[in-house]
Design a protein around this ligand. Structure first.
Ligand code: S3P
Length: 448
């Protein structure tokens, strides 16, 4: 959906201990991919635990527009009857991906090697984000893109009628770009090769293999070399979407900074390409333990137990860890503000082109709440105020960015004066139950 309606101000005030079990929703990255790969398989893919956030619902709607049958059952599970690789029909409407960069970039890749013409749009945040990073490699397959100045949405893509396979070295650490190229490669003859210097989340590789595609990953001097053989027949799957570590980050961080808290966040995927935040928090001295460690669907999973941690210290977060925690820097900066000493976060240029410029968005709000931040193009540093906490008392802008809005709500839980955001609507894109779930643990998040 483009736009999020009337702004929804939200305020979070200091609360007593957070206690209980926080069952966070399904993984957003895996949810998008389940729907898209289901739509490319022949037969019925069944999905449980799908994230029913706006971003994913927009992708479900898009898959219907391409001809797949996508149904939600009364028990909350979903079915996708796919059209097969190369079977996408030309939609008779503009594809509106709302706030979702993952949705639009993956779908662009998926349609780019079919002889169809598709126009994409999104909300004000998505329409400001760079798309050339995806349309450049898609042009190598033979697709053509016409967008607004600088490669922005709304944008029309004319898919290649006669696609050729490509070999592409991804110039930015981006799972969305990697995945767009792999999905395009599905309907190109021969082998498509994608090389990434830094490992980014590998859900596309794992799931393509699960759906029966021929795909291999080799570590070489140049990085990870992924080779996909085009035109497979994808086999429908039964998918149990694990809970989202990026959503788990909010109750975990809230518990670490709120006096007396003890929160269990069960069933969280600890895939090494996603779990960088939890490693970082433990290095800072967080009382965060992994309980009941197990393997589910080929992924390491654990129950996370987070307890109030008044002795956390600022650290230098290794730049090479950035890709594995790229969505978690906003909430990490909130923990850093409540720790002792400086937390330096480098190698994070990508934060400037997310749903908002996340360094700028957090720096503005944290400064307004009394925290000292220094920043450069690809780094920022937060000076922690220690367990005495953050003064707070400001209204922070969320810039149409769910993770910014949720991070400021977490800040308010341990601040001296309430913290507000001008608009909490974007939270529904990834974590629609954020407010009742956190309040159920003891938080005081209110509308208004
Ligand atoms: C995602 C990749 C990341 C991440 C986003 C989800 C994905 O984006 O920030 O929330 O599902 O592939 P980039 O590929 O731009 O790093």
């Amino acid at each position: 959906m483009s736009g999020h309606g009337t702004p929804l101000p939200m305020t979070s005030s200091a609360c007593g201990p957070l206690n209980g079990v926080a069952e966070v929703p399904g993984d957003k990255s895996i949810s998008h991919r389940s729907l898209i790969l289901g739509a490319m398989a022949v037969g019925e893919t069944r999905i449980t635990g799908l994230l029913e956030g706006e971003d994913v619902l927009d992708t479900a709607k898009a898959m219907r527009a391409f001809g797949a049958e996508v149904t939600r059952h009364d028990d909350g599970s979903w079915s996708v009857h796919g059209v097969g690789v190369g079977g996408f029909a030309e939609p008779d409407q503009v594809i509106d991906c709302g706030n979702s960069g993952t949705g639009v970039r993956l779908i662009m890749g998926t349609m780019a090697t079919s002889p169809i013409t598709v126009t994409f749009t999104g909300d004000a945040s998505l329409n400001g984000r760079p798309m050339a990073r995806v349309t450049d490699p898609l042009a190598l397959f033979g697709a053509q893109a016409v967008g607004r100045n600088g490669g922005r949405l709304p944008m029309t893509i004319v898919g290649a009628a006669d696609p050729v396979p490509v070999r592409y070295e991804v110039p930015v650490p981006s799972a969305q770009v990697k995945s767009a190229v792999l999905l395009a490669g599905l309907n190109a003859p021969g082998q498509t090769v994608v090389i990434e210097k830094e490992a980014t989340r590998d859900h596309s590789e794992r799931m393509l293999a699960g759906f029966g595609a021929e795909i291999s990953v080799e570590e070489s001097e140049d990085g990870r070399v992924i080779t996909l053989t085009g035109r497979p027949e994808l086999k429908p799957q039964v998918i149990a979407v694990p809970r989202d570590p990026s959503s788990a980050a909010f109750p975990v961080c809230a518990a670490l900074i709120t006096p007396g808290s003890d929160v269990l966040v069960p069933g969280i995927g600890l895939n090494p390409t996603r779990a960088g935040l939890f490693t970082t928090l433990r290095e800072m001295g967080a009382n965060l333990t992994y309980e009941n460690e197990r393997e589910e669907g080929g992924e390491p999973v654990a129950d996370l137990r987070a307890r109030f941690s008044p002795d956390m210290k600022g650290i230098v977060v290794p730049a090479e860890r950035a890709a594995s925690m790229i969505d978690e820097y906003p909430v990490l900066s909130v923990v850093a503000a409540n720790s002792t000493g400086k937390t330096m976060m480098g190698g994070v240029k990508e934060l400037r082109v997310k749903e908002s410029d996340r360094i700028d968005a957090m720096a503005r709000g944290l400064r307004a709440c009394g925290v000292t931040i220094e920043e450069g193009e690809d780094w920022w540093e937060v000076t922690g105020l220690g367990p005495q906490g953050v003064p707070g008392g400001a209204v922070c802008e969320s810039f149409l960015d769910h993770r910014i809005a949720m991070s400021f709500m977490v800040l308010g839980m341990a601040a001296q004066a309430p913290v507000s955001v001008d608009d909490g609507n974007p939270i529904a894109t990834s974590f629609p139950i954020f407010e009742p779930l956190l309040n159920g643990l003891g938080a005081r998040v209110k509308r208004g």
